[in-house]
Write a protein that binds this ligand. Sequence first.
Ligand code: TYD
Length: 154
Amino acid sequence: MERTLIILKPDAVQRGLVGEITSRLERKGLKLIGLKMMRLDSALLKAHYIHLIDKPFYKGIEEFMKSSPVVVMAWEGFECVNSVRLIVGATNPRIADAGTIRGDLAIGQGRNLIHASDSKENGETEVARFFEDKEIFAYDKSEYLHVYEPYERA
Ligand code: TYD
């Protein structure tokens, strides 16, 4: 099963959209394996956004991501990294498809509510970056019988 890291950014917390967004991921049939609220610091953000560190807007991202606590979640599911990116929508909410989290709930590019891992490898790396092993939970989800075909939940 793949893992993906979700960050509900300060705008999601401030706008009271934590439940709405989490609910969309739950309803997909994904399995929540880790959840906590935290304040992000510069070192963690630099590691997380290393691909953007030289961009002129990086400083603004860092300031914003530190502006209030965030909610971080680890989710598991069959090929879930791509599924979650489709639910999240394009980086720029103004061109994100209607029906996606960003397309439905956001307007500003730098205020797009949510981070989701963009590859299987980054899913593993990012979950490990934000969660200690003891914060990740292994358990049987009875819903899997109805969410997946047998080969998908193997
Ligand atoms: P990125 O990793 O490219 O997108 P995504 O979050 O969809 O994986 O960018 C990380 C965040 O940086 C993005 O969610 C919002 C912010 N950002 C800007 O503010 N301006 C920009 O031009 C880009 C590309 C990103």
